[in-house]
Design a protein. Structure first.
Length: 131
């Protein structure tokens, strides 16, 4: 977006400067309530009015984006809090993961029952000693 804005601003500024240089006449303005006559070069007047309008437009854009900047600051605070919570949960999860790894190592140390023995235990009948 910034590139496109610069792509429009730079040629427009150059065109206004060329227009101001070409118009090198003088203009007389009368301020009615004070009966004051002011004679100004048109090139200076064009440049001053153009840059005053440019600065007013930038100021207007800055003021109109104030709610968005406030919302962005709030979202950054929320993201920071969520990142802290995520780090805490990550620590807990990593501790649980380490505990799981130690349990797996303990289970692997126990002698494994052969497949044949497990099948024999599966199909054998258990007797009740309640006789």
């Amino acid at each position: 977006m910034n590139f496109i804005r610069r792509l429009i601003e730079i040629p427009l500024i150059i065109i206004v400067i060329i227009f101001a240089v070409i118009n090198n006449d003088f203009a007389t303005f009368t301020l009615k309530p004070f009966d004051l006559d002011i004679t100004v070069s048109l090139s200076v007047l064009i440049l001053v009015l153009f840059f005053a309008g440019y600065l007013l437009g930038r100021l207007d854009a800055f003021v109109s984006n104030a709610p968005l900047r406030a919302q962005l600051r709030q979202q950054k605070k929320t993201n920071k809090a969520l990142n802290k919570e995520h780090e805490k949960l990550h620590e807990k999860f990593s501790n649980l993961q380490e505990d799981l790894e130690t349990l797996k190592q303990k289970e692997s140390k126990e002698p494994a029952v052969p497949f044949k023995q497990r099948m024999a235990n599966f199909f054998s009948f258990k007797k009740n000693n309640e006789e």
